[in-house]
Design a protein around this ligand. Sequence first.
Ligand code: GTP
Ligand code: MG
Length: 210
Amino acid sequence: MTNNEFPTFALRTMEVTSAEFVASYPKASQCPKDGRPEFAFIGRSNVGKSSLINMLTRKGLAKVSATPGKTRLLNYFLINKTWYLVDLPGYGYARVSKEQQKTLANMINGYFLNRKELICAFVLIDSNIPPTKIDLEFINGLGENGIPFAIAFTKTDRIGKTTLDKNIALFMDELSKTWETLPPCFITSSERKTGKTEILDFIGKALKQL
Ligand code: GTP
Ligand code: MG
């Protein structure tokens, strides 16, 4: 038997072969009802949700902006014709009216409390800053409602390793104060494509288990 004849059992990284925009919805009740599994990206406004979605799929799929508050609806993208990526509006954007803040908060809460199709939410955390109250409160809310989530630290290309490690350790320490088990964590940079294989593998494995 030559080497070529050995069967390979290694798990292949999931490849994104197609990624298309489906639609944007203002309410969870209007989101697709075809039962396809979905993965959502959430985090503070401007943390890099849309950039991360583009990094995982293809350039230009989700709208990126240097101005916070760009994503204002529940944006659905169909991946490989089988599952959805959902780009959610950011939370905690102060520069909109109280009324708009309420509308966005209701949209986000409505999404998480109603979408049975959600397999896992990726909560994006800016790795450049120490833990923030708003992120910790949001994560605790997900945990309390039994919503599965993973953490993705973003913009890691912007800081040195020492500060990065420190901010991540501080964040995990904060979570340990409330939770016994810690969520899966990913270190990402949309700029350098860091974390792409890891996140796609994670999604691929989750889909295989369905
Ligand atoms: P909203 O939809 O407005 O809530 O923002 P968002 O979370 O979708 O962030 P978006 O992807 O639009 O990125 C916000 C800004 O951060 C843009 O100027 C991006 O170019 C920048 N950015 C995002 N990810 C990275 C990254 O990994 N590295 C660097 N250096 N910049 C990034
Ligand atoms: Mg966005």
